[in-house]
Design a protein. Structure first.
Length: 335
């Protein structure tokens, strides 16, 4: 499954010049810290719950490369995609809480799996310490150009006039959740067509066999920028920096149409707080490097530095509750 929140967490404000200087000093001090036997002192492994090339994987690798420079130790990314991220999350939940094994994941493992996977072998709250949320991105609703619905209101009107006669495509569970939320709020009836990933549904969307899809903003931007589809709304309370021409759900006439996905880093429960806060602080300093921030934003990353442990833990719990309600009302199940 690819990535994919109902609730947006405001990420911390950018750190200032003093914090950036602190980041530089931490790089210089790292060898002496290791000489005293302090963390990390050994290779750090980040197990990613998605396959190589996924948005979460790419951003995790950007941070891993820079963290290796800061810490003076290898930071290895180990992709364990499949099983809806269960295998990766379970491995980290069972790892020693020493800061040497971390989880890079999307909201899927912590907010959706608890409601979709029977006998989930980990608890998303009790088994993990949140470290840093490094992205928060809305979805975008796109439609076939020949449908003649240039706005979300026009799509809603068309679907109401022709109930059950239009298909929508879903390639991820969060995409299906966004479509379900839209149907609930707009009071429309359309038929869900499931695909193995978003890209598998693109040919049918472009050829009109399905009428619309909901994609994470980064995935949708590719089709929108090429002019292949109609862009109707982003599922947030402000316009997306990469799609400034696309209205929000409220601007498109559907207040409450909000759904934001996120990605971030977790550690096994019980990891020393000083390690958790150091990882987050170093990630913030890395984000403040202009060339790194540009790469992160080009990959659909956030406009703010990574959110810290407490904010991320609160977002995890809130998203889990919100997604559970959508999944329950829509009757969603894993195929």
């Amino acid at each position: 499954m690819q990535e994919s929140t109902n609730r947006r967490s405001r990420l911390p404000l950018a750190v200032g010049r003093r914090a950036m200087l602190g980041g530089a000093l931490s790089v210089l001090a790292a060898p002496s810290l290791r000489a005293q036997g302090e963390w990390p002192g050994d290779r750090v492994t980040i197990i990613v719950s998605l396959p190589a090339g996924a948005t979460t994987d790419i951003t995790t690798r950007i941070y891993a490369d820079q963290l290796a420079r800061v810490w003076g130790q290898p930071v290895v990314v180990d992709n364990r995609g499949g099983a809806n991220g269960v295998l990766a999350a379970q491995a980290v939940a069972r790892a020693r809480p020493d800061g040497l094994t971390l989880l890079g994941t999307s909201a899927m493992t912590h907010a959706a799996n608890p409601w979709l996977v029977a006998r989930l072998p980990y608890d998303p709250i009790a088994d993990f310490d949140a470290v840093a949320m490094f992205s928060a991105s809305p979805f975008v609703v796109i439609a076939n150009k020949a449908l003649g619905t240039p706005t979300l209101a026009a799509l809603t009107e068309r679907l109401k006039a022709e109930p059950g006669r239009h298909n929508f495509g879903t390639g991820t569970v969060p995409g299906r959740m966004v479509a379900a939320l839209y149907q609930q709020l707009a009071g429309v009836d359309a038929v869900s067509i499931a695909y193995r990933g978003n890209q598998a549904g693109f040919p049918d969307l472009l050829q009109g066999r399905i009428s619309f899809m909901a994609l994470d903003a980064q995935a949708g931007k590719v089709l929108i920028d090429r002019g292949d589809v109609l862009a109707l709304a982003v599922t947030d309370d402000q316009r997306h920096h990469g799609l400034p021409q696309v209205p929000t759900g409220a601007e498109a006439g559907l207040p409450g149409f909000r759904f934001t996905t996120w990605s971030g880093i977790y550690a096994p429960k019980g990891t020393p707080r000083e390690i958790v806060t150091r990882i987050h602080a170093d990630m913030v300093r890395i984000y403040e490097m202009p060339e790194v921030r540009a790469r992160i934003m080009a990959n659909g990353g956030a406009r703010q530095p990574p959110a810290g442990p407490d904010a991320f833990q609160a977002t995890t719990a809130a998203t889990k509750a919100a997604w559970g309600e959508i999944i329950r009302q829509a009757g969603l199940k894993l195929d």
